[in-house]
Design a protein around this ligand. Structure first.
Ligand SMILES: [Zn+2]
Length: 92
């Protein structure tokens, strides 16, 4: 799954933000943060309010928890698969 978030950068160098400054009141705009990545602590996910506005990384995202390492057998079989695929496609 891929998602993205957009927030005006408000840089003086940014042509878009110079022409279109944030319409929110300054104090509310400054209180906006990007949605944090899930953070695991003591085997449980940390409550949103505790990590909102902090620096997070995606190391605790659920999709990374069950990644199977590639076995030596899989690596050997890959060579056979690639070889037979190139034979198959070269027959046309
Ligand atoms: Zn900008």
């Amino acid at each position: 799954m891929v998602f993205y978030q957009i927030k005006k950068c408000t840089s003086d160098e940014c042509a878009y933000c110079v022409i279109n400054p944030p319409r929110l009141p300054e104090d509310i705009f400054q209180s906006l943060h990007f949605v944090p990545d899930p953070v695991m602590r003591d085997g449980q996910y940390v409550v949103f309010d505790d990590i909102y506005g902090t620096e997070t990384d995606d190391s605790a995202r659920p999709g990374l928890q069950n990644v199977q390492p590639t076995s030596e057998t899989d690596k050997e079989l890959k060579k056979i698969l690639v070889a037979s695929m190139s034979l198959y496609f070269s027959s046309f």
